[in-house]
Design a protein around this ligand. Structure first.
Ligand code: KIV
Length: 279
């Protein structure tokens, strides 16, 4: 793996049709998860507003604020990753005015993001353009946009009929024309994602959008099997960290109860020359 830092122009150039390998984006919300993602070799870290669900345990992403996103971005930034850091613009940070959107995005960039992600298609094209004009790189996000959960009536696959599919193709073209450097396609049929991918010159990053996108994104906790509840069909868990954690914690509880912990090697004595040192 090269140690070269991933930049916006680098990501923008990654199209499978131009001979590149598909790129990978994984979410991270703090120093350690960012380090793990970077060590995996993924090109992009997304400080996703999914943190409302996987870190805070809420049922949707609507509760997080710009300050919450900036707080987590700072922790991710501390990992000083080779992977590029993109932070989600949370709900209501870009819906009120272009000026509010620019102020919110500036807060995220100052916290350490190299770009921001904005949900929505044609309706959000103006706001995307105003951010790009202010030198703020933008990743678009269309299809199942989780901030629209109430309008959609739940987390549902989008673009299944011809009219809806046409609307999503127009969304993709509008966001590319507005200057986004990549676009996330969430929970749409494979054939629709394939058509969008071949008609755009920026990379598409799929999540539940099939194999033919220019890259794939998943949530850190989902990849690790770290969490509870039903997993969407598009998630593949590559480990069972939930079980690993509970097993380790249970061993600790058991050893405390049976006086097996702490052992001599974890214990200080007053006569030792190392008095006062904790390591
Ligand atoms: O917030 C998030 O994690 C996301 C990804 C699912 C793309 O937007």
């Amino acid at each position: 793996m090269s140690s070269e830092r991933i930049t916006v122009p680098k990501v923008r150039s990654i199209k499978v049709s131009r001979g590149f390998e598909p790129l990978t984006m994984i979410t991270a919300y703090d120093f350690h998860s960012a380090r793990h993602v970077d060590l995996s070799g993924a090109e992009m870290i997304l400080v996703g507003d999914s943190l409302a669900m996987v870190v805070l345990g809420h049922s949707d992403t609507l509760s997080v604020t710009v300050s919450d996103m900036a707080y987590h971005t700072k922790a991710v930034k501390a990992a000083d990753t080779r992977a590029m850091v993109v932070t989600d613009m949370p709900w209501m940070s870009y819906h009120t005015s272009k000026s509010d959107a620019k102020k919110a995005a500036a807060k995220l960039i100052r916290a350490g993001a190299q770009g921001v992600k904005v949900e929505g298609g044609k309706k959000r094209a103006d706001v995307v353009k105003s951010l790009v004009d202010a030198e703020i790189p933008v990743v678009g996000h269309i299809g199942l946009t989780p901030q629209s959960v109430n309008s959609f009536g739940g987390f549902k696959v989008q673009g299944k009929d011809l009219e809806a599919a046409r609307g999503i193709i127009e969304d993709a073209k509008a966001i590319e024309a507005a200057g986004a450097f990549a676009i996330v396609l969430e929970a749409i049929p494979n054939d629709l994602a394939t058509e969008i991918t071949s008609s755009l010159s920026i990379p598409t990053i799929g999540i539940g959008a099939g194999l033919n996108c220019d890259g794939q994104v998943l949530v850190y906790h989902d990849v690790l099997g770290y969490g509870v509840g039903r997993r969407p069909k598009f998630v593949k868990a590559y480990a069972d960290v939930e079980q690993v954690s509970v097993d380790a914690l249970s061993k600790f509880v058991k050893e405390v109860r049976t006086s097996q912990f702490p052992t001599e090697s974890h214990t200080y004595h007053s006569a030792e020359s190392s008095v006062g040192k904790i390591y």
